[in-house]
Design a protein around this ligand. Structure first.
Ligand code: THU
Length: 159
């Protein structure tokens, strides 16, 4: 394992360094990316979330001809988790992406909207989410908690 950033917060791992639990989550994200509805971007994203009871939920990105109406895989799976399992904290999320017609996996990292949604989920349950982002060549970026991806975030109307 090495670090991507000088703060040594974004970990870079080889696939073999992942735990069996992490590997399973990544594979579930890969499987569900096949259901991506992405006729506009041709970018197939899969996200899998591990809940604290061990259950895994998954989603792909779902686009719309009115582009802003499309939803990222991360926000869909976290919305589903919150709607159906309101008492179970998400522990870990894996995200993968693949371009149309390509065998290899593309690099992926959540957009700003999704980062804010991940932040909301962490605040809701008072627990950090560990995130895995598959990169080309099989490296995996691992981040413990959204603060690393969203420093100085707005998350408290009272302060
Ligand atoms: N997308 C995701 O679903 N998650 C990400 O982390 C990056 C981007 C989607 C949005 C859009 O459907 C397509 O990928 C291209 O941006």
């Amino acid at each position: 394992m090495k670090y991507l950033d000088s703060n040594q917060k974004i970990e870079v791992l080889a696939l073999q360094e992942l735990s069996p639990e992490e590997m399973k989550l990544l594979q579930r994200a890969q499987e569900i990316s096949k259901n991506s509805y992405s006729p506009y971007s041709h970018f197939h994203v899969g996200a899998a979330v591990l809940l604290e009871n061990g259950e895994i939920l998954q989603s792909s990105n779902q686009e719309n001809v009115s582009f802003p109406s499309g939803v990222c895989a991360e926000r869909l799976v976290l919305g589903y988790a919150g709607a159906n399992f309101p008492d179970l904290a998400p522990k870990m999320m894996a995200v993968v992406a693949q371009r149309d017609g390509e065998e290899s996996w593309a690099g992926v990292s959540p957009c700003g909207n999704c980062r804010q949604t991940i932040n909301e989920t962490e605040n809701r349950f008072g627990k950090e989410i560990t995130m895995l982002f598959l990169q080309p060549g099989g490296e995996v970026y691992r981040v413990h908690g959204i603060s690393t991806l969203l420093p100085l975030k707005f998350d408290d109307l009272k302060s």
